[in-house]
Design a protein around this ligand. Structure first.
Ligand code: DX5
Ligand code: ZN
Length: 216
C-alpha cells in the first residue's frame, strides 16, 4: 500500500488551513512541507513558526523536507514545531551520521534525501539507521518540474539494496509525479509519493489525493 504526501508548495498559502483539510479528506498519509533556505536551493519558503501554527489545525503527520545548508542547526526547532519525519539532504550535512542520530534522539523518524546527481553509495553506511530515503526525481527548489527518467535505475537499485540487507525502509520519490506516471514509480519500488502541483494545482485537491491513493 503506497502512502501519499501532498506537498503544500503548490497550495494557496493564503488559506493553508483549508488546503490541509482538502487533502485530509482525500486520505493523505502525511503532509509534505518543503523548507528552502535560498542557499542550498535558490528559493526561500517558510520555517518552523509556520509549521507550529499548522500543527494546530490538522492531525495528519508532518513530513518535513529540509532543503537547507547545515540542517543540524535547526532540527530541534522543527521537532518543537511538530515534525513527525525530518528529511535532510546528504549534500547539505557533512556529519550525516551524527545528524541522523540527532533527529532520532527526539523519537521521530529520520530520512535522507539525495539530489539526482548524488550516487546511492553516499548513504550505504547509514542506511540501517534510516526510516526513509528520499530519491529526488527533480533537482530540488521548484514545484512543477518534469521527472528525470534516469531516476528509475536509482530507485530500483535502492530497493534492491534495502531488500538485500533485509531492512524495512520507505522509499519516497519527490518531483514531477503525476497520476499518469504514478504506477511507473510505484513499479520501480517507491512507496511514499510526494505530489505538489498534481494535487494542489488540480481543480479538486481532495479528489486528486484520493486518486493518488488508489493506484493498483
Ligand atoms: C521540490 C520539492 C517538491 C515539490 C514537488 O524541490 O521538494 O516537494 O513540491 O512539486 P511537484 O510535485 O509539482 O513536482
Ligand atoms: Zn519536497
Amino acid at each position: 500500500m503506497i502512502k501519499v504526501a501532498p506537498s503544500v508548495l503548490s497550495a494557496d498559502f493564503s488559506k493553508l488551513e483549508e488546503e490541509l483539510k482538502k487533502i485530509e479528506d482525500g486520505g493523505a498519509d502525511m503532509v509534505h512541507l518543503d523548507i528552502m533556505d535560498g542557499h542550498f536551493v535558490p528559493n526561500i519558503t517558510f520555517g518552523a513558526p509556520v509549521i507550529k501554527k499548522l500543527r494546530k489545525v490538522t492531525d495528519v503527520p508532518f513530513d518535513v523536507h529540509l532543503m537547507i545548508e547545515k540542517p543540524e542547526r535547526y532540527i530541534e526547532d522543527f521537532v518543537d514545531a511538530g515534525a513527525d519525519i525530518i528529511t535532510v539532504h546528504q549534500e547539505a550535512s557533512v556529519h550525516l551520521h551524527r545528524t541522523i542520530q540527532q533527529i532520532k534522539s527526539y523519537g521521530i523518524k529520520a530520512a535522507v534525501a539525495l539530489n539526482p546527481s548524488t550516487p546511492l553509495g553516499e548513504i550505504e553506511y547509514v542506511l540501517d539507521q534510516l526510516d526513509m530515503v528520499l530519491i529526488m526525481t527533480v533537482n530540488p527548489g521548484f514545484g512543477g518540474q518534469s521527472l528525470i527518467d534516469s531516476m528509475e535505475n536509482k530507485v530500483r537499485k535502492l530497493k534492491k539494496m534495502i531488500d538485500e540487507k533485509g531492512l524495512n525502509i520507505d522509499i519516497q520519490v519527490d518531483g514531477g509525479i503525476k497520476l499518469d506516471n504514478l504506477k511507473e514509480v510505484v513499479d520501480w519500488g517507491a512507496n511514499v509519493i510526494v505530489a505538489g502541483s498534481a494535487i494542489f494545482g488540480s481543480e479538486d485537491a481532495t479528489e486528486a489525493t484520493r486518486r493518488f491513493k488508489t493506484v493498483d
